[in-house]
Design a protein. Structure first.
Length: 574
């Protein structure tokens, strides 16, 4: 989905760029036949399995299975969202992204957003100055020293202090910009004042290192203990985490990310050399949080207090995780001993003890089944039925893959229900489409060959158009998918496979289309193969339809419409 960037611009961008030049600027490529190869930048390997096709304008790794177009490469390689990747690709090509079509949240235009970012940087500098150079700030410094936070760490996280004044910011910065940045609040009488007062300040940065908001913590028993910036045009606490920018600045591809509950937990762990922790911003862990973190690491460990509230938070994290758990990703749950938070625990048990607890965190699969099994009697049929009823909706949210199959196998084992099956969309097409290379001895079906060739070479649609198929006469598993691709190509006329992939971004069919785009066919004459596969498919469909109608005619007779279809089928067969 293109958001507010015009589709025509994206299409033109993917025509302008040569994916070989783009990827070669990040990962040196070598010519190999008609393609270019390299060692995959997304997993460790000794021999090159990463292939880039200039003809298709696609890349694919036969080792780990990643693949896509130029936009997907920038998203995965540089950890960008879609809009950021389009902006970077436009910069690589040397063109400007048309901004008149972009509608930012809250009605802000590009200049207003730039002003907000600039103001937030200025306010962060003001807070840092207040921490270093004022008597109030010295109290905050003493608090940090009491918590074991070094000056170096305070610098790395750009910690500051908000004075105990109602107008410390109002008297220095533009009121309208402060309001847009979420730094002001108002009372029932309409009086406007500084939102943060008398608090230790934690700048919140996005993955591009821009300050987007603040968190403020009291240094006594006042409430609320933590106060975050409100939702603004640049900040959404349900989509951001604290400490990610600082983590990525030191390690762009961490082997794991530890998700804790508070700002001070992140900083305290960093003080002990555990620099891979981040914190949610006062909200339950969401799918958006996980999608963000999985861009940078394949393993997430969620750390919660061991009390009832912590266990409830852990379960909510498990619930949010299911749609994100494709093969190769792992979520684990770490519950702390009663009375401890990460800060106190690492001090009590030392770094080695704490890391051992992280290493031993319970896998989501075990936590999930343990949690659901606690309240049922698996020795009774009724209890096993309750487990099935509770677990199956979650498992159906899992992306298709080995992990989903294994989770269903575990549920079958626990429930004693051998007939439980894994639901799968477009099963007739998914099959081995994602395997990259054709397995030795495996013959691909005419349908898979036909659609794969069409996805990889959209100009082959002309053969389908010339054939002038009567789509209503064709009936076989996957016909709707083939017809959808045919219609998309005839209407949109994508110039290459990369543009076609972008047309399917964000749709239910995206995964299948990408798998077919990456299917290695090794066909010398693709046009002849396409015509042959089409003819075989049409013949098979006609023979199947003919058999069904003749059987029905003998059994119970046909309707007028069915007789007409039968007449056409007999005419075509003869």
């Amino acid at each position: 989905m293109s958001g507010s960037i015009p589709r025509e611009f994206i299409n033109d961008l993917l025509v302008r760029v040569d994916i070989v030049d783009l990827i070669d600027s990040h990962v040196p490529l070598k010519k190999s036949g008609s393609n270019f190869v390299a060692r995959c930048p997304f997993h460790n390997e000794k021999t090159p399995s990463f292939s880039v096709s200039r003809k298709k304008q696609l890349y694919h790794c036969f080792g780990c299975g990643v693949g896509g177009d130029a936009i997907s490469f920038l998203m995965d390689y540089n950890h960008l969202d879609f809009v950021e990747a389009v902006e970077d690709l436009a910069s690589f090509v040397g063109v400007e992204v048309p901004r008149e079509a972009i509608s930012h949240k809250g009605g802000s235009d590009k200049q207003e957003l730039s002003d907000v970012y600039h103001l937030l940087e200025q306010v962060a500098a003001f807070y840092r100055e207040q921490l270093r150079a004022t008597s109030e700030g010295r109290e905050a410094v003493n608090y940090l020293k009491g918590r074991g936070v070094s000056g170096e760490l305070a610098r790395d996280f750009a910690l500051g202090y908000a004075p105990k004044r109602w107008d410390a910011l109002l008297s220095r910065f533009d009121r309208k910009q402060l309001m847009a940045a979420g730094l002001l609040a108002s009372n029932d009488a309409g009086k406007v004042y500084d939102r943060f007062r008398g608090r230790l300040m934690f700048p919140i940065r996005d993955r591009r290192q821009r300050i987007i908001g603040f968190g403020g913590r009291v240094m006594d028993d006042s409430v609320p203990k933590y106060l975050n910036s409100p939702e603004t045009a640049v900040f959404s606490k349900g989509r951001e985490v604290y400490g990610l920018a600082e983590l990525l600045a030191k390690d762009s591809k961490p082997s794991r990310i530890l998700v804790v509950e508070g700002y001070m937990d992140v900083i305290a762990l960093a003080q002990f050399g555990i620099g891979y922790a981040v914190a949610a911003l006062g909200t339950a862990t969401s799918q958006a949080h996980m999608d963000l973190l999985f861009r940078f690491s394949s393993e997430l460990v969620f750390c919660f207090d061991g009390d009832n509230a912590g266990r409830q938070a852990a379960w909510r994290a498990v619930e949010s995780a299911f749609p994100c758990l494709r093969d190769g990703r792992q979520v684990r749950i770490m519950l702390l001993p009663q009375g401890h938070d990460p800060d106190t625990l690492v001090r009590a048990e030392g770094v080695d003890g704490f890391v051992a607890r992280v290493d031993g965190a319970q896998a989501l699969s075990d936590y999930f089944f343990d949690h659901l099994s606690q309240s049922v009697d698996l020795g009774a049929m009724e209890g096993r039925a309750q487990l099935l009823t509770a677990a199956k909706p979650y498992l159906e949210k899992l992306p298709t893959g080995f992990f989903k199959e294994m989770m269903f196998a575990r549920l079958r084992e626990l429930s004693g229900s051998p007939g439980l099956d894994v639901s799968s969309n477009l099963a007739t097409l998914n099959g081995n489409a994602g395997s990259g290379k054709r397995r030795e001895g495996l013959r691909l079906s005419p349908l898979r060959v036909l659609i794969a060739l069409l996805v990889q070479n959209p100009d082959l649609v002309e053969i389908l158009e010339e054939r002038n198929l009567d789509w209503d006469m064709l009936s076989f598993p996957g016909i709707d998918f083939l017809r959808d691709i045919f219609q998309i190509i005839t209407v949109k006329r994508p110039e290459n496979a990369a543009i076609l992939l972008e047309l399917y971004r964000g749709t239910a069919q995206e995964k299948t289309v990408r798998a077919l785009a990456n299917l290695e066919l090794s066909i010398p004459d693709e046009e002849a193969e396409f015509k042959g596969a089409l003819e075989r498919l049409v013949v098979q469909a006609r023979e199947s339809g003919l058999e069904q109608l003749l059987a029905k005619e003998r059994r119970e007779g046909l309707t007028t419409q069915e007789k007409e279809v039968l007449r056409k089928l007999l005419s075509n067969k003869l």
